[in-house]
Design a protein around this ligand. Structure first.
Ligand code: ADP
Ligand code: MG
Length: 331
């Protein structure tokens, strides 16, 4: 059985990439990375635990891809340019074909962004625990936070909602005919909206942004809490794949409102910027949809829902009216 250092050499070192002059990656006690002047370092970390963050049957390739993707999605939500990543793996045993698949999945996505693996840790433990930290950069003071939403802002999301959640239902119920569906693909290989996040940050007038990882209502709730405001969302406005639409007709809006695993961006801006938002998205081939508006805070639930934003004003209902549970929580 290969020991710790030959695992690092064989499987992890190949994911490093030539660094700039004076930089140091895998192999010393720490990595040394140069920073651009007037930039802040953005650091994000996500852990995936077998059976908690992905079903046991998930392929090693998909686990590697997703572990990096969820971190890049956090960087995207800050408007950051990704620079590299570090990886801590705890494994019950050395399974070389698993390691090969896992590192291939990481590399497939890392290559898209020319991201080097710059260090990490490799240990044995009772169960598989995978922790990845990604590093990025934003011009000092210009990272987009959750706390800048203003009353009257439009709320928009990238992509479609509920697909990852439907993919998960299909995987958990072993629906073999759906394994090649766009929903299962979205569950296993989410595409972090890195270019869109940066373009929105560069525009200079995005007030707040978050990535939707725990469910739309929960994540807009985070913006509302940080910005001391409330939000109203229109069900008719939620962008969904045909399969999620069909599901919603039978089962209600639980999936697009509250399922995790979407990894789309949700952001707010003044209504006069709407045309520019669409221009930015179009230039990148990204879909962006306005789903609601920021309203003043009051003492009730921050996220409210109406059937259709375009119909004459109706009293919005609290989101919990439409939900069984809002967003994934560990405890
Ligand atoms: P130390 O004992 O100084 O903490 P280690 O022996 O744990 O260093 O690791 C040796 C080198 O290999 C370090 O540069 C570390 O960053 C790197 N490394 C260890 N595990 C991984 C991994 N899973 N992915 C990438 N680099 C790793
Ligand atoms: Mg160590």
């Amino acid at each position: 059985m290969p020991h710790e250092f030959s695992i690092i050499d064989q499987y992890f070192k190949p994911l490093s990439q030539p660094l700039d002059q004076g930089e140091v990656g895998i192999g010393d006690d720490g990595a040394l990375l140069n920073q651009h002047a007037n930039c802040q370092l953005v650091v994000v970390t996500d852990t995936m635990v077998s059976g908690v963050h992905y079903p046991e049957q998930t392929s090693a390739f998909d686990i590697g891809w997703k572990l990096l993707a969820v971190n890049l999605s956090d960087l995207a939500a800050m408007g950051a340019q990704p620079k590299g990543y570090s990886l801590a793996v705890t494994l019950p045993a050395v399974d070389e074909s698993w390691l090969r698949g896992f590192t291939d999945g990481l590399q497939a996505l890392a290559r898209e962004f020319h991201l080097p693996l710059i260090g990490g840790d490799t240990t044995r433990g009772a169960q598989t625990v995978l922790t990845l930290s990604a590093l990025g950069e934003v011009p000092t003071g210009l990272g987009i936070l959750r706390n800048g939403a203003q009353t009257g802002d439009l709320i928009a999301v990238s992509g479609v909602l509920g697909s990852g959640g439907l993919g998960l239902e299909w995987v958990l119920s072993s629906q073999q005919d759906q394994m090649a569906s766009e929903e299962v693909l979205k569950l296993n290989r989410p595409q972090p909206r890195v270019a869109l996040g940066q373009a929105l940050r560069q525009a200079g007038w995005i007030h707040s942004m978050i990535d939707i990882s725990d469910g739309l209502v929960a994540d807009i709730g985070h913006i509302c809490k940080a910005s001391a405001c409330a939000a109203v969302i229109g069900l008719q406005q939620l962008p969904m794949s045909p399969a999620v639409k069909a599901y919603v007709e039978q089962q209600g809006y639980q999936l697009p409102l509250a399922a995790g695993d979407d990894y789309e961006l949700c952001f707010t801006f003044s209504p006069e910027k709407l045309k520019e938002v669409h221009t930015i998205a179009q230039a990148l081939g990204e879909q962006v949809t306005v789903i609601g508006q920021i309203i003043p805070a009051d003492s009730n639930e921050p996220v409210r829902i109406v059937p259709d934003l375009n119909q004459s004003p109706m009293t919005p209902k609290p989101a919990s009216h439409y939900l069984l549970k809002s967003g994934f929580q560990h405890f």
